[in-house]
Design a protein around this ligand. Structure first.
Ligand SMILES: Cc1cc2nc3c(=O)[nH]c(=O)nc-3n(C[C@H](O)[C@H](O)[C@H](O)COP(=O)(O)OP(=O)(O)OC[C@H]3O[C@@H](n4cnc5c(N)ncnc54)[C@H](O)[C@@H]3O)c2cc1C
Length: 437
């Protein structure tokens, strides 16, 4: 039987955008988006603290890690920030730019972003099957795919008339994989996409790990007792030989389990990657990112009769200044003038290059994104599997992870658009010949 449907697996940010794009580009082609989560769009709803940081005012390939910058750039250029802004504006959700450069809906409601996507999908004629958890995808013998759903669950009547397939499955001439990664699995992205990818013969990066994730410190550590305190720092990931591997400046938040905040989230993927290569690598904290170590030493030397904590606070909060003195083995009430050279050096080191005693990350349960996935080198410019024509990949399943600030959604919008456009062209042309690119 001839199949003329595109089945999108996963109706999150990337999947919805892919489905909308495909349905708009080829209205004659049936587009079905399926999602297994109990709640549709859960990740969009929790994003940005319920406000959804939709994108960032400037997005380039340098804001991402994973696959090569050139491959990432090509996707980003196909649907840029202005295109995202226009899309949401046209769907009744204008965006506003905040001082950080992040773009949010003017309404500050993530719910409006989700409703805009669902409304656009409905108007474009996308059929949404939900909850419908895909358990396997099998190539059929006519160049298409069989998509297996929940056992004993028939493809709903709305779809069966137009989407071919067995009683518990869907038939498709093209499949767009958008099941996300492993982060916050209770939202539906439980990592099941990786097995589908592997079964279909696509490569995955050797490492798939949580990114944008808080770091844990040992039980009872002094910094955990500072829970709630936030300050600007510079974090530097260093190898065992002291080589600087990555550096991030921004806010650090002390939590009851360790550290979080934008700078920590951004550095976490570098820490994890460094640790996987070299267990002796680590993260150094400069608690005074605007101060050079030599200047701080001079400041301590010239501090006279005043307690040494006053050389740190302000600008640091008192509690932090005392904690840093404790870490250096220095009495915060000791006058600067009586500090020994050794004590002074220890305090300078703690303030400007303190090794954060990280014992791990908080894992996929709370990570905002997953690093690793399908390398873009395995996909054409249309994000179609080079070794499996008709199979497209987009969103977080790709080996692309962005820094904090709206970049991951921009990747979802852009890659969803590219995959949707290419899948529509593939099915509308009615050919399953491999394409170059
Ligand atoms: C707490 C939090 C806050 C965030 N805030 C922001 C932010 O403000 N800005 C930003 O840019 N990024 C943010 N992110 C990251 C962003 O949400 C993700 O990068 C983005 O949602 C990825 O989109 P995706 O469509 O690829 O995957 P997902 O959004 O994870 O969607 C995948 C969908 O596929 C479905 N699925 C999975 N497996 C199957 C299966 N077998 N069968 C059927 N369906 C399946 C899932 O149910 C899910 O709905 C945040 C992430 C988290 C966790």
């Amino acid at each position: 039987m001839k199949k003329d449907a595109i089945v999108v697996i996963g109706a999150g940010a990337a999947g919805l955008m892919a489905a909308i794009t495909a349905a708009r580009a080829a209205p004659q082609v049936r587009v079905v988006a399926v999602d297994g989560a109990p709640r549709l769009g859960a990740k969009i709803l929790i994003a940005g603290g319920g406000r959804c940081n939709v994108t960032h005012h400037v997005v380039t390939e340098r804001d991402f890690h994973g696959s090569t910058p050139a491959a990432i750039r090509r996707v980003l250029r196909a649907f840029d920030v202005e295109a995202a802004r226009r899309f949401f504006e046209a769907e009744g959700v204008p965006l506003k730019r905040e001082s950080t450069g992040k773009l949010f809906p003017v309404s500050d409601r993530a719910q409006d972003v989700l409703q805009a996507l669902l409304g656009a999908a409905r108007r474009a004629g996308v059929e949404l099957l939900h909850p419908y958890k895909v358990t396997a995808i099998r190539p059929d013998d006519v160049g298409g795919f069989e998509v297996d759903g929940p056992k004993g669950r028939e493809a709903p009547a709305a779809a069966t008339g137009t989407v071919t397939g067995g009683p518990a499955g869907l038939g498709a001439s093209a499949v767009i994989l958008a099941p996300g990664g492993r982060s916050v699995p209770k939202t539906g992205s439980d990592g099941s996409g990786y097995a589908m990818v592997s079964n279909l013969g696509l490569p995955l990066t050797p490492r798939i790990f949580p990114a944008l994730v808080p770091l844990r410190l040992p039980d009872g550590h002094l910094v955990r007792a500072l829970s709630g305190l936030a300050t600007d720092v510079r974090l530097i990931v260093v190898s065992s030989s002291g080589r600087h591997l990555a550096s991030v400046t921004g806010a650090l938040l002390c939590t009851h389990q360790g550290v979080s905040g934008p700078a920590v989230l951004d550095v976490s993927r570098h820490w994890q990657a460094a640790m996987d290569d070299d267990a002796q690598s680590g993260v150094l904290v400069n608690w005074l990112p605007d101060v050079v170590a030599e200047d701080l030493d001079r400041r301590f030397q010239n501090h006279g009769a005043r307690p040494i904590r006053r050389a740190l606070a302000p600008p640091l909060p008192d509690r932090l200044a005392d904690a840093l003195c404790a870490l250096a083995g220095v009495d915060p009430d000791e006058p600067g003038a009586t500090l020994t050279r050794d004590a002074r050096k220890r305090l300078v080191a703690v303030c400007t290059a303190w090794r954060l005693p990280v014992v791990g990350t908080r894992g996929f349960e709370v990570a905002e994104v997953t690093a690793g996935g399908v390398p873009l080198s395995a996909l054409t410019a249309g994000l179609e599997a080079r070794n499996r024509p008709g199979l497209f990949v987009c969103g977080e399943l790709c080996d692309v992870d962005g820094r904090i600030g709206g970049f991951n959604f921009q990747w979802a919008w852009a890659s969803g658009t590219v995959a949707g456009r290419a899948a529509a062209a593939r099915v509308a042309a009615g050919t399953m010949e491999p394409v170059s690119g």
